[in-house]
Design a protein around this ligand. Sequence first.
Ligand code: ZN
Length: 375
Amino acid sequence: MTNIPATYESSRDQFRATLASLSDRWTGSRLLSHSLADSSDLTIEVISAEATRQKQKLLILTTGLHGIEGYVGSGILQLFIEEYLPRLDHETTGLLLVHPINAYGMKHRTRVNKNSVDLNRNFEENFDSLKPLNSHYESLAHLLNPARPLQHPLYEKFSFTWNVLKALPKGARHIREAALMGQYRVHNGMYFGGFEPQEETKFIQNIFLNSTRDYKQVVLLDIHTGYGPRWQMTLVNPPSEKMTAKETATRFKVPLVAGVNPDEFYTIHGDMVEYFHNMITSKYPEKKMYAGAFEFGTYGESLLQGIHSLQTTALENCLRWFGGSDAARQWMEQEYNELFVPADPKWWQKAKADARQAFDGILSVEGYFRNISPT
Ligand SMILES: [Zn+2]
């Protein structure tokens, strides 16, 4: 019975405890605990379990790249451990499980790390060349980054709606791109990708590089919430994936797949899944790889729900930087939790069913399930 953990600490305890359930088969599996530089109580935890006979397949599951999304991520990781681990062959399959990449954000229930960086915009090499990107961002600053303390929720709702209406003549797509693409200039703005690679980014890059080297095949699945329809998980392919969304859906028998491009998703830079898919397929063209993100939708994807989600993201960022009234704080907490960790038990049931469908499809097609010989 897997649940969404209530706190960062309880989630971490649960993750640490799973090492014991692995080590009877994956002898030599170990837990690596990386304390963040300036807060030793926050750790990125990695369970690394090498194949015991021959390194053929590696499965990487990562959670909490967007801190607060790590709560659902942790629940899905537990589901995987309880239901899917027994079906893998420890002799030929290695595991790399990460909880959570953004420990600060998970602990403080926000998407970003302590520098207010969106880590899924931070997997880049040359940050100077990224500065000119998203040139419209500042022209929408009054909407995306009000840069003042938040007032009463009624006032904020009215003010946000007014600003959306003023910006709409530029086109919903224009607003969406400017908001979501990421930006590399305004350190206290939304979807800030950073001025340099973050500690968490460098740590994960290192781990991936070292752990993937010896395996012939890699599957990487990164768990997220907040994007897409509420009642159906979206499997998101990175831009460098050669299969189309339709081909992927057919291959893995999942109902909804999107590619990261302006038509199906949105243009982003510094995306972690893309970084590793690109790195492995170009550095080791002989390796077989599938990499994708599970996106569990929450608010929904209509235009109004999209505007609602933009409001929550912009105002949470504003509250973090500029503070606000108690009423605004309470309101934002509720809104933000619903955007990334919905409270409805029915939502969680459906999320688990969708995760099972995707694990079943991907792991069987990629040959990760062991053959149970007839007795
Ligand atoms: Zn996310």
